[in-house]
Write a protein of this length. Structure first.
Length: 248
């Protein structure tokens, strides 16, 4: 059964998302799962890789490997083997646009889609949440034009038929995300820092590592964008309740 955990934000180094990270590890149903970290969006940051090793390796007792893709990328067979052997894959935050372009150039998106189909837990934060959706609200342009940029819509892998917005309140994305949904339609899933949407097959639930972590559904109805908060529940709820695939 397909499994995804998309986290809106939070500082991994400070263990702000630890309750969600524990849920990701439990989601594998393995006592010592193989965790593959993909730090493309952060420019393959060595510091970020060490933080992941500290949290998921030493802290959560995973066997950790890292797939770096910038510069001289590994051979396709090596990437395929690393992804195939993983019980959970965690994608770090950063530049969504650069990451998706690199993945498509190397065929990593196709390898991740195969991992999803076989039931590997796909997870990640910020850019690592955006990637699993049809599209994501991204601040990628600030990496290219730091003095003159706006949030943009970046095409993701489409495993979840909605548009994601990470850091919803933390970065005051409320207005820009409403405008994005108003322009493009479809369902929007807005995630605060320390909140995540966990998807199991055709069901979902909201996870939070702090009280402030909330999730919202946005949709354009009769020309107006409406928003409702999603309840944090223990039980999984049908994805159909979110209107995935629906038209306004």
């Amino acid at each position: 059964m397909q499994k995804i955990v998309a986290i809106g934000g939070g500082k991994l180094a400070l263990r702000e998302t630890l309750a969600i990270d524990r849920a990701i590890v439990r989601f594998t149903e393995k006592s010592r799962p193989r965790a593959l970290f993909i730090p493309t969006a952060s420019g393959d940051s060595p510091e970020y890789c060490e933080i992941f090793q500290s949290v998921y390796g030493r802290g959560l007792k995973c066997s950790v490997d890292v797939l770096t893709l910038l510069g001289a990328a590994p051979a396709h067979a090596t990437m395929a083997r690393m992804i195939r052997q993983a019980d959970l894959i965690y994608v770090g935050g950063g530049n969504t646009l650069k990451m998706m372009r690199r993945w498509r150039r190397l065929g990593v998106d196709d390898l991740l889609r195969k991992a999803w189909r076989r039931g590997c837990v796909l997870s990640g934060i910020s850019a690592g949440a955006n990637c699993w959706f049809e599209a994501g609200s991204s601040d990628s342009m600030k990496f290219y034009r730091p003095d003159d940029w706006t949030f943009i819509r970046v095409r993701g892998m489409g495993l979840l038929p909605a548009t994601c917005c990470p850091h919803y309140h933390a970065e005051s994305r409320e207005e820009s995300f409403a405008e994005l949904i108003g322009k493009h339609g479809g369902v929007g899933i807005a995630l605060d820092n320390n909140a995540a949407i966990q998807v199991l097959g055709d069901t979902y639930r909201v996870l939070a590592s702090r009280e402030s972590g909330r999730a919202y559904r946005l949709q354009r109805l009769r020309g107006k964008v409406e928003r409702r908060e999603l309840d944090a529940r223990r039980r999984f709820t049908p994805l159909s309740d979110l209107g995935f695939g629906g038209e306004d």
